[in-house]
Ligand binder design. Structure first.
Ligand SMILES: Cc1ncc(COP(=O)(O)O)c(C=O)c1O
Ligand SMILES: N[C@@H](CCCC[NH3+])C(=O)O
Length: 417
């Protein structure tokens, strides 16, 4: 099921022509499908119905408040990594009691903000952080629910930059030392030990590494119980991959079924998932226009109006995302092998390389799978205003973030007197 489809050679997002959106809002722009966000969220939520569980959407994937609101209405919880992300969740109508706070460097201010809002849990990534949370909680006369994010030293078999569960990665606490850290946590004032957490990486295309991590977590939970520390939840993190090209990641229902099966004897443990990409990636496209066609000897470039500042993934991870025309040509324009490059002054500024397309100046293109880690990783590099975001909902479309203005680029800056 795909909500981005061709009708009479024109790309549609649900029931709206993408060309019409580009005409109305200009390019580049991100276009999202509400129905896709909902379908992906429900795939997780429904798959885990036989086990007490909570889906905490990872806000970093796509943090527009319209997206968060759509998910909050379906009962989603949220995985956040900053005060800013938590503020977005609250602004969007999310429930703080369903928020888990991840990240390696929570400040005292961020901890206090989250504590006062009554979040579900802090996923703690170091002993120093544990002590900081204890101090802040005591100062506020509050109790902080915590879980330790353990690093299980599992190879997630993904790109090294998005692998997080190996001992050489900065994330989590070495699982070998976890028991003593839990004992330390139990002795500190202001803390309530509630769970265990891990997140081994992103864009995983197999269930096996998740299950390996889960087995290590279960062994830890058993050991803690023997030592008198009983946990009430297990957070397996996010990381389920999506098909960008020919990858065949397991469907959320298959993944969730295998995870819950392993937890058959642990029905009392609430299971938390933190999916980001699996919910958002294929719910969005980046729409861009060909500014120029350029030929250097036998190399063809389509220079488009979206750059690495709008979509960083290809430059940062050599990520491959499909690029398709918004209107399929049926004239005699030759198909050529193009590098699709942006306007930014960097050699690494490309959306895709070696793409066989029939293109002319002025054509519109869509980069697919752009709903996750697209807009949220965008910047103003080269003083380029960040682009508009549009949410399609059936036959309706809504501007959910306006294009930044030139003036906004230097807002807050000052010239010396
Ligand atoms: C702690 C944590 N949870 C959840 C996620 C979401 O990951 P994904 O988008 O791969 O599901 C991330 C990002 O990788 C993360 O760091
Ligand atoms: N931003 C990355 C994933 C990292 C997720 C954050 N832990 C991507 O686009 O693939």
């Amino acid at each position: 099921m795909d909500y981005f489809n061709y009708q009479n050679n024109q790309l549609f997002a649900e029931d709206v022509s993408v060309a019409a959106i580009a005409q109305q809002y200009g390019t580049p722009c991100y276009v999202y499908s509400r129905a896709t966000f909902e379908r992906h969220f429900l795939a997780f939520a429904n798959a885990t119905k036989n086990h007490k569980s909570l889906v905490c959407y990872a806000v970093k994937a796509n943090s527009n408040i319209a997206v968060l609101n759509i998910l909050a209405r379906l009962g989603s919880g949220f995985d956040i990594v900053s005060k800013g992300e938590l503020a977005r969740v609250i602004k969007a109508g999310g429930d703080a009691s369903k928020v888990v706070f991840s990240g390696v460097a929570k400040t005292a201010d961020e901890i206090a903000y989250a504590l006062k809002l009554g979040i579900k849990c802090f996923n703690v990534e170091s002993v120093s952080e544990l002590e900081r949370i204890s101090e802040v909680a005591c100062e506020l006369n509050l109790e902080a629910p915590i879980s330790i994010r353990v690093n299980p030293d599992i190879d997630a078999k993904t790109h090294p930059y998005i692998s997080t569960g190996l001992k050489e990665n900065k994330f989590g606490i070495d699982i070998q030392t976890a028991v003593s850290v839990y004992q330390h946590a139990a002795s500190l004032p202001g803390l309530k030990v509630t769970g265990v957490d891990c997140h081994i990486g992103s864009q995983l295309t197999e269930v096996k590494p998740f299950l390996e991590a889960l087995d290590k977590l279960i062994a830890l939970i058993d050991e803690l119980k023997e030592k008198g520390i009983e946990l009430t939840h297990l957070d397996i993190g996010g990381g389920l991959g999506v098909p960008y090209n020919n990858e065949q990641p397991p469907h959320p229902s298959e993944y969730a079924a295998q995870v819950t099966e392993r937890l058959a004897n642990y029905k009392h443990l609430e299971l938390i998932f933190e999916p980001g990409r699996a919910i958002a990636a294929n719910a969005g496209i980046l729409v861009t226009q060909v500014e120029f066609i350029k030929q250097n000897q036998d190399k063809f470039f389509a220079i488009v109006d979206a750059g690495m500042n709008d979509m960083l993934r290809p430059s940062l991870y050599q990520a491959w995302q499909k690029i398709i025309p918004i209107s399929v040509r049926n004239d005699d324009t030759p198909t050529r092998n193009f590098d699709i490059v942006g306007p930014v002054c960097e050699t690494g500024d490309f959306l895709g390389k070696n793409r066989d397309l029939a293109l002319k100046q002025g054509d519109l293109l869509a980069q697919r799978s752009a709903g996750a880690y697209g807009f949220t990783m965008s910047s103003n590099y080269n003083s380029r205003p960040r682009v508009a975001e549009i949410m399609v909902d059936g036959e309706q479309h809504h501007l959910i973030r306006q294009r930044e203005t030139i003036e906004s680029l230097y807002q807050g800056e000052k010239i010396l007197p």
